[in-house]
Ligand binder design. Structure first.
Ligand code: M6R
Length: 610
């Protein structure tokens, strides 16, 4: 949420910053701004709207200089206006600062600063930090002023600061909001995530909470906010520029949907040991028996990752017979859950930065139980703060709607189920069958992707006028109904609800009209017969039914208005196939309606505020 970029070196900062902002635009896109240090001082420009609007605005401005900071915003305090866009400055336009996070005590601090004579020009919490830095700045010791300012702050921040007295310096700091530093040749880059940096460098330093770093072209120094020097490790990331490009697709969402055969394969590659009928997840090995002997697992996540947690619950209980509970991270963190010894908490997060999921992780750690994480972004806060973890290796997911991360999360949950299952009585023969079935999935997803033109036709047929839609499923297909509804509503703005199919008759059935498409996930699983009954209940009330069904199921053709077929697979793996037509449906409804699928309104990719 909110993207930060910074550069100090010898090259044109403006180009690097604008390119970086474009890469980070998925983190927030309601307004943006840039400040560059040139021969005549610092020039700052801010704009409402997308980065393209900022580019137009700076077209005629001299932004020459090789030090600068920039920001793309997702509004928390104050509407998306030019005045509220970052960078923010102090009373004398001396200090410039960009911020990601939320300052909880900003009202109190602002009142105190106003009493001391400071004048504010925005409604943001961020501006408070700029004035605090101004208050504490003595001579050219920007780092000390930032430290003093941050000690007054309660809340989360990732910041980058520059000031007139320090011509080539950027000071960065973090607490709860990510800051990564890219190391170049006599140059340093700053960003809120590595996707903005990989075209320049793969040498990355991850700043930790309560740390600040002082960057100059000839070197960098890091210390805690309390002034204790720290030592940082430079890590080489394996993402490259190819992975963050569109590669001939119109949108990142389309690209990411189509990458799934490969990303699903990457999630299990090197982790299956056929001869021993075993799964090995390196990240969990250190936990040894603590993991294998878990008496209960609590899975906590948000959004799409929460849906994969629900699938994980079915998988782990079915395959390994370990009791599982799934909790919204935002609820778990403020409840008083009973967590007995023998419990393991598993958090799932694509970005690894989601504030509520991170808080759930910390709550579990506070209660002294081991916390495992499934995440995608290497080096993310959740990956680093957990006791053990598994990366899904899906590569950068840039479309705001999560697609390939979801299928890869399900693969890792399947691997965890098999690992636990093998330790608890799942036999070798069954283990082999499960492994083989998983190895078939990438090709089966490729086959499902062939239904795209049919799904596009269904989007036109049913969703030109529809303002509402229901998604129904049972068992493993219930979380897929939730996910199908979430995908549709978040990118096409068609109101959609996911329900367990049998719950429909307890209320939602009242909504059925010929104008409301009802999507059933109705594969030939253990409760197939029951879902056919639910489908007939909709038809009996004049409803229109689109069914996602198993290849070869002729019977369902007689009930549903339209059927999209997916290949047959063992029940725990069917979600990996049935979700794909629903991703495509959401995508085509959204593009038909002219929506920006990669950057849906009001949303942002990585939700780093609670
Ligand atoms: O990065 P995370 O997996 O923690 O993100 C969780 C949710 O914010 C995310 O899945 C969100 O719901 C997506 N927009 C869904 O498409």
């Amino acid at each position: 949420m909110c993207g930060i970029v910074g550069y100090t070196g010898k090259r044109c900062a403006r180009d690097i910053l604008i390119e970086g902002l474009k890469r980070l635009e998925y983190r927030g896109y309601d307004s943006s701004g840039i400040a560059v240090r040139g021969p005549g001082g610092i020039t700052c420009t801010r704009s409402v709207g997308r980065i393209a609007d900022l580019e137009k605005q700076i077209a005629g401005i001299d932004l020459a200089g090789s030090v600068g900071i920039a920001h793309t915003r997702w509004a928390t305090h104050g509407a998306p206006t030019q005045a509220n866009a970052h960078p923010h400055t102090d009373c004398s336009a001396n200090v410039y600062l960009v911020h990601n996070g939320v300052i909880e005590n900003c009202d109190k601090l602002k009142a105190q600063l106003e009493q001391e004579g400071h004048t504010f020009t925005s409604e943001t919490d961020t501006e408070v930090i700029a004035h605090l830095v101004e208050k504490y700045l003595e001579g050219d010791d920007l780092a000390a002023a930032v430290q003093q300012a941050l000690k007054r702050i309660i809340g989360t921040f990732g910041i980058a600061v520059m000031c007139r007295q320090c011509p080539d310096t950027i000071v960065v700091a973090r607490n709860g909001s990510p800051i990564v530093i890219g190391v170049g040749d006599d140059e340093y880059y700053v960003a809120s995530d590595v996707s903005a940096l990989v075209e320049h460098t793969r040498q990355i330093i991850y700043l930790d909470d309560n740390e600040i770093a002082i960057l100059k072209p000839d070197g960098f120094r890091s210390l805690t906010i309390d002034n204790v020097p720290t030592t940082k490790k430079v890590t080489e990331v394996d993402w490259d520029i190819e992975m963050i490009g569109l590669n001939n697709f119109d949108t990142f969402m389309a690209k990411e949907i189509h990458e799934q055969p490969e990303t699903v394969r990457a999630a299990f590659r090197g982790r299956l040991y056929r001869e021993q009928c075993e799964v090995r997840l390196g990240g969990l090995m250190d936990l040894g028996d603590t993991f294998l002997d878990a008496r209960r697992i609590i899975i906590s996540a948000c959004g799409t990752a929460w849906h994969s947690a629900l699938i994980g619950e079915c998988m782990i209980e079915d395959i390994a017979r370990v009791p599982v509970e799934v909790e919204y991270a935002s609820e778990f963190r403020y409840r008083n859950p009973i967590i007995e010894p023998g419990t393991i908490v598993l958090v799932i997060s694509q970005s690894g930065e989601t504030a509520d999921t991170l808080a759930a992780l910390n709550e579990a750690k506070r209660r002294g139980v081991p916390v495992l994480a499934i995440s995608n972004v290497v080096g993310s806060t959740i990956a680093r703060e957990s006791d053990a973890g598994v990366y899904i290796h899906a590569g950068p997911e840039i479309g705001v709607a999560s697609t390939k991360a979801f299928t890869s999360q399900m693969v890792v949950l399947y691997l965890i189920s098999l690992m636990l299952g093998r330790a608890r009585g799942v036999g070798a023969a069954e283990g082999i069958k499960m492994i083989q079935a998983l190895e078939n999935i990438p090709d089966q997803i490729s086959k499902v992707l062939e239904v795209e033109s049919q799904v596009q036709h269904l989007a036109e047929k049913y969703y030109r006028k529809a303002e509402n839609s229901l998604f129904l499923g049972r068992g493993y297909s219930f979380p897929i109904a939730l996910e199908g509804a979430l995908k549709l509503k978040e990118i096409s703005y068609v109101h959609a609800e996911g329900y367990p199919a049998a719950e429909m008759k307890h209320g939602p059935i009242a909504l059925i009209t010929p104008d409301m498409p009802v999507v059933f996930i109705a594969v030939q699983d253990s409760i197939y017969d029951k879902i056919l009954v639910n489908m007939k209940e909709v038809k009996a009330r004049g409803g229109k039914v689109i069914a996602i069904a198993t290849e070869g199921d002729a019977l369902i053709n007689n009930i549903a208005d339209d059927v999209v077929y997916v290949p047959d697979a063992p029940e725990p793996l069917t979600p990996l196939l049935t979700v794909v037509p629903l991703q495509l449906l959401a995508y085509h409804v959204a593009t038909m309606k002219g929506c920006d699928v990669d950057k849906p309104r009001n949303l942002a990719k990585s939700v780093t505020v609670e």
